[in-house]
Design a protein around this ligand. Structure first.
Ligand SMILES: C[S@@+](CC[C@H](N)C(=O)[O-])C[C@H]1O[C@@H](n2cnc3c(N)ncnc32)[C@H](O)[C@@H]1O
Length: 295
């Protein structure tokens, strides 16, 4: 159990004095509740400068009424709300609700701590075990499903011999490519925690032939028949020349993570001066994904 004091409408100039006063009264932490806006294709949202601040003050033990009254009398224009919060192991809570599911036909995602249910196919090749840890890529997100669907449809047609999965997360998309017969698979991610999770997940799935090097996209010198990237559209735009550079002539690219609101603007910008063309677009909910070809 911990205690959270929400303080709404504090004058901006009072932030430092207020923070010191909270620590003097025994607070374990003080954090500003920032407001964000994401106006365009950039990945980083802008912080909105509001005239007043909302703060969260955390206590490991209930602060005495005196302490709260003392703060209230110093900052009479602010509103104070105290709540007691349960300390929970959120990962364990989340795991309880995570069940096997048909991820992208014919592949099933099976939580690493469970066995495949009777409805799942018998073929072990179609079971993808996932222990999410800290990385993105449990198969529950629309963008992962869109990318998987495009890969599953395209692989039997163009039979790529090599795949580079940029922003591999748990390695789930590179794993599908391997299971569908692509012999050379590389996954990269800027997040070291994702690379660690990917290596663990791939070992769990007997797929250690998928290489997860400690490299960024700009360090990749080889070229691949299929390049996959499920990353938010603003980042894809900044990576577009490097993503094209690592793609073989006539190679295919699977993109996902594009918000529908800015879909047409995105693909137009993405292909500009790259020699790429979009051959198929698909969508689910507010997300779009596409198959592109290097002409
Ligand atoms: C939306 S997740 C996709 C994970 C997985 N491929 C999937 O489809 O579920 C995006 C991943 O891209 C990684 N990422 C973001 N920017 C990147 C960059 N410039 N280069 C490589 N990876 C990046 C993030 O760390 C994150 O793991």
């Amino acid at each position: 159990m911990y205690f959270q004091l929400k303080v709404l409408g504090l004058a901006r100039k009072e932030e430092d004095a207020f923070t010191s006063a909270c620590f003097e009264l025994g607070a374990a932490g003080v954090a500003e509740d920032l407001k964000f806006v994401q106006k365009d294709l950039r990945y980083d949202p802008d912080v909105v400068e509001t005239p007043t601040l909302d703060m969260n003050v955390y206590f490991t033990e209930a602060p005495g009424e005196d302490a709260v009254l003392q703060l209230q009398s110093h900052y009479p224009q602010a509103r104070f709300e105290m709540t007691a919060e349960e300390n929970k192991d959120w990962l364990e809570e989340w795991k309880k609700g995570f069940k096997p599911f048909l991820f992208a036909h014919p592949f099933w995602v099976i939580p690493a701590w469970l066995t495949p249910p009777a409805e799942a196919p018998q073929d072990k090749n179609l079971h993808i075990y996932v222990e999410p840890g800290m990385a993105f890529g449990t198969g529950t997100h629309e963008t992962t499903r869109l990318a998987a669907q495009l890969i599953i449809e395209e692989l039997p047609r163009s039979k790529p011999q090599s795949v580079l999965d940029v922003g591999t997360g748990t390695g789930i998309l590179a794993l599908i490519a391997l299971r569908m017969g692509v012999p050379t698979n590389v996954g990269i991610d800027i997040d070291p925690e994702a690379r660690r999770t990917a290596r663990e997940n791939l070992e769990r799935n007997h797929a250690t032939q998928i290489e997860i090097p400690d490299k960024n996209l700009e360090d990749i010198t080889g070229t691949y028949d299929l390049v996959i990237a499920n990353i938010i559209d603003g980042v894809l735009t900044t990576l577009r020349h490097d993503l094209t550079r690592v793609l073989k002539p006539k190679g295919k690219m699977v993109l996902s993570g594009v918000l529908m609101d800015r879909e047409s603007e995105f693909y137009e910008t993405f292909v500009k001066d790259t020699g790429l063309r979009v051959i198929k677009k698909i969508s689910e909910g507010e997300w779009s994904g596409a198959l592109l070809e290097r002409v």
